[in-house]
Each structure stands twice: as C-alpha cells, then as structure tokens.
Design a protein around this ligand. Structure first.
Ligand code: SAM
Length: 259
C-alpha cells in the first residue's frame, strides 16, 4: 500500500525539526512540492534545503503548480469565501490523487512538507482525505513546531493564564468581531484584524512576532494602545527586507478589564 507522510517542518530551519520529522524525511521515496506562484522565496528554499540535507540519496522530487484559489470578498460573503476554499481543496485533492497514483509505485512512500504543524490552519490533511476518495494510500503525520509555539517561546510566556481559555482565530474573524474570550491567538492576519481591534479601543496586552524562527524575526509586546501603531510599520519593514512576512499574535484583556 502506498503511504504519504505529512511532515511538519516548523519554521523551516533544520534545528527546529523534531527527530521523528528528520527520520521521516529520510524515509520518503518521493517529495511532492506544490508550488505557489507568489514570492516567499525563503520558504521554498527552506523546503528544498531540508530535502537535500535529510532526504535519502535516491529520493525523487515531483513539482506541480498548486491550483489557484479564486479571490473572494472579505467580510461579508462568508458563503462565497467558504465555497471558494472548498473548490480549491477539490482541485488540490484531484491533483494530489493523480500525482500519488502516477508517481508512487505500490510499495513506495511519498511526503508532503507542511509549514509549522499540519493541524493548525493548514489544509493538507483535509485535502489528502479528499484525495483518498480517488487513490489508495495511507496517511501518517509527523508533528512540527507551530508559529504559535514559536511566539510563546520567543516572548517566554505561557499561552494561557491559569485556568483561562484562549480563542484561536484568524485576522478575518477578529476584523468581524472581537473574540469573546479574554485571550485570543491570531494567525493569518493581513493587518485588518489588528487594525479593527485598535479601532475598537481594545484595552489589553499584545505579544506579536513576525517571521519567527528565521533570520528576519521581529518581536513586539506591550499594551495595545502603546505598541499597536508600531506593528504595521514593523510588518512593512520585514516585508520590504525579506520579500515576505508572516505574523502571529496573542492578545489578552488587561487583568480586571472587561471580559
Ligand atoms: C496557513 S497558516 C499555517 C500555520 C502553520 N501550520 C503552523 O503550524 O504554524 C500561516 C500563518 O501562520 C503564521 N506563521 C507561519 N509561520 C510564521 C512565522 N515564521 N512567524 C510568524 N507567524 C507565522 C502566520 O499567522 C501565517 O499567516
């Protein structure tokens, strides 16, 4: 039976991989790389370097252009957005099922490298489950270190206060409404989530990090009212310097503040 290993690669640095992920990289016969056309050269280079360093000598690399997701309006058309994502997943599932069936022999092992950990805001496992409807293969997951873990480690903070819940959400959701939880961790923010929170006068603390675990890492922390204005500027500087920016943040209502 064919197998597909889904390997979490953390922030792409060799020293941030788990030992099991390194072993998994050495097991794969074929690495599937679905290229997105947009920049982020560092991210592509990081994957290629891991394969070159830890892949077995006989490994093969199969590249294919990743299907593009149709653009969808931001806040108002959730159904349209979800529909566009579902179509995109279908297209990727179809592509992967075809690659697995044609590029992997019956007893061979393929691998997909996933940024951070595959359980966090990543569609690979959903897409592979769909692809299993079109091709026969097993899935095995190797966890990686997430951007959220990197954020907490970089600031030397625990994610939750004692016994506190933490909402895990996206910039899009924060732009629509401040999460009810006293603390919320935000990924996938194009800046609109943070801008909306500041515009609402959110009174709390923020821990922010961009391009964590890479040479371009930048951190900011403090009361949102004080450090908030510096974040979009820092974000723009990282983007200009590296050609890409990914940021993650944790916000917590000030002790005694409105819950
Ligand atoms: C598609 S999600 C993937 C998350 C990933 N699976 C993980 O476990 O971290 C991409 C988002 O993760 C966050 N992210 C990924 N890499 C990051 C990094 N090096 N520094 C800061 N945030 C990062 C950003 O919020 C980005 O928009």
């Amino acid at each position: 039976m064919r197998a597909v290993l889904v390997i979490g690669i953390g922030m792409g640095a060799p020293d941030g991989l788990t030992f099991r992920a390194v072993e998994a990289l050495g097991q794969a016969d074929v690495f599937f790389l679905l290229d997105k056309s947009e920049g982020a050269g560092d991210l592509v280079t990081a994957r290629q370097a891991l394969i070159a360093r830890f892949g077995k000598p006989s490994h093969r690399v199969v590249r294919a252009p990743s299907p593009k997701r149709a653009p969808a309006p931001l806040d108002t058309a959730r159904k349209t957005y979800e529909g566009a994502v579902a179509d995109w997943h279908d297209a990727r599932a179809h592509l992967l099922a075809g690659l697995i069936a044609t590029e992997l022999a019956e007893d061979e092992t393929g691998a997909l490298l996933v940024w951070g950990d595959p359980m966090l805001y990543d569609s690979t496992l959903r897409v592979l489950e769909r692809a299993q409807g079109q091709a026969d293969f097993n899935i095995e997951v190797f966890p990686g270190v997430t951007a959220l873990q990197m954020l907490c480690a970089a600031h030397a903070i625990p994610l939750n206060a004692i016994g506190e819940e933490v909402a895990l959400t996206t910039g899009r959701n924060v732009a629509a409404a401040t999460p009810q939880a006293r603390a919320f961790a935000v990924l996938l923010d194009d800046g609109s989530g943070l801008a909306a929170l500041m515009a609402r006068g959110f009174d709390g603390h923020i821990w922010w990090g961009a391009n964590l675990g890479t040479a371009g890492e930048v951190l900011l922390a403090g009361r949102l009212g004080e450090v908030g204005p510096a974040i979009p500027e820092a974000r723009a500087r990282v983007k200009a310097a590296r050609g890409w920016v990914m940021d993650v943040w944790l916000a917590r209502v000030a002790p005694g503040g409105p819950g």
